[in-house]
Design a protein around this ligand. Structure first.
Ligand code: PEP
Ligand code: MN
Length: 377
């Protein structure tokens, strides 16, 4: 059961203390308090864990400070929506808010190769008012002889350049627990110039020990990619591993499914699942059109398949777009053929904006219809 308290409830208030004393006295039910700092208000949720069946929703709703009560379903205990449309969740990390209403573009290098390419990328992002990026330092490669990423060696200059160009959040894949420590050390060394969203890739979606390690720390949010060959339910349970260890700041990313049914795309684009994840969980949803489409093919209308796929995700309400760019794709050590060019960045961002406006118009259209129906009833 989750008790959602009135916004901005003061933990020092008499009523709040009264509520806690009541919960302390409940037999066989433990409670865990979570504060969620949103852009405008602070939300407090209290999770009741144990035998909550005898607790009546009507009664719990009458307790001091309580605004709403949600009975938790078995699936996705911490990240699930539990059939409650109004249940909010989001987090602010390094000044950037992530929730199911936001939209951020994380354009950047699939893999860090040279300092000058990192700098060219970040300079272009700043010129286009972007504060998030993607930068791969640890690359999980199919072939052991392929470039594996520069690892810890590149972190200091990547972080310093991020600070120089006003980048607040970098999505960076980790493939082993020790990478989190290396990232923390480099952040410390460089004076915390930026923030890192730890990315767990599709090959590691069910690497439970890695999930537990990323879940045990609450410094950095986690962007979890959907597993490319497992069910959506299995991938959502993987996200719940992170949350059950303590870290609820989780973003769920769609990147296409591995099947020849998706040919000629690299993966079968699954962005129609954006609304499904919004409905089943409270996580912000990311789409990765680069790894889904995997090429720079274009349609006769002149638009790249990759931009069409991006628009499909955004028009369905996606909250993050993770996308590969490169200043010189022919020099890229990983995924050059799918990278967008620096000169394409403004057009890409404008196209995302067009799709987002269309999404917002769709939402308000349906809202008016539903309000009309409610008045008529
Ligand atoms: C990536 O984003 O660089 C990546 C390797 O993606 P995925 O795990 O989706 O293949
Ligand atoms: Mn890649």
């Amino acid at each position: 059961m989750i008790l959602i308290l009135k916004p901005n409830t003061n933990p020092a208030s008499e009523e709040y203390q009264l509520l806690l004393r009541y919960l302390d006295a409940l037999n066989g039910v433990a409670h865990e308090v979570r504060h969620i700092q949103g852009a405008e208000q602070r939300l407090t949720e209290i999770y009741l864990i144990g035998d909550t069946k005898p607790l009546l929703i009507q009664f719990m709703r009458g307790l001091p400070c309580v605004q709403r009560v949600v009975r938790v379903q078995e699936a996705y205990r911490f990240l699930g929506r539990h059939g409650d449309e109004a249940l909010q969740h989001g987090f602010t990390y390094n000044g950037v808010t992530f929730d199911q209403d936001c939209l951020h573009v994380f354009a950047g290098l699939c893999a860090v190769d040279t300092r000058s390419n990192v700098e060219a990328m970040m300079r272009a992002l700043q010129a286009n008012n972007q504060q998030c990026t993607r930068m791969g330092a640890y690359k999980p490669r199919t072939n052991p002889y392929s470039f594996q990423g520069h690892g810890a060696a590149c972190l200091p200059y990547v972080f310093e350049l991020a600070g120089k160009y006003g980048i607040k959040v970098i999505a960076m894949e980790v493939t082993h627990e020790s990478h989190i420590e290396e990232i923390n050390e480099a952040l410390e060394l460089t004076g915390q110039p930026t923030g890192i969203m730890l990315q767990i890739g599709t090959r590691n979606t069910q690497n439970f020990e890695l999930l537990k390690a990323a879940g045990r720390q609450e410094t950095h949010p986690v962007l979890l990619k959907r597993g490319f060959g497992i069910t959506l339910n299995e991938s959502l349970n993987a996200a719940e591993y992170l949350a059950s260890e303590g870290n609820r700041n989780v973003v769920f990313a769609l990147r296409g499914m591995k099947t020849n049914l998706g040919d000629p795309h690299r993966n079968f684009v699954d962005f129609s699942h954006v609304p499904v994840i919004h409905r089943l969980t409270r996580m912000p949803v990311c789409v990765d059109p680069s790894h889904a489409v995997g090429s720079r093919h274009r349609t006769p209308d002149g638009v790249l398949d990759l931009l069409h796929a991006t628009a499909q995700g955004v028009i369905a309400g996606a909250n993050i777009v993770l996308v590969d760019f490169h200043p010189r794709p022919s020099q890229a050590l990983v995924d050059g053929p799918q990278a967008l060019l620096m000169s394409e960045l403004p057009t890409f961002l404008e196209d995302v904006h067009i799709a987002r406006s269309a999404y917002e118009k769709r939402v308000s259209l349906v809202k008016s219809y539903r309000q009309g129906q409610a008045v008529a009833a």
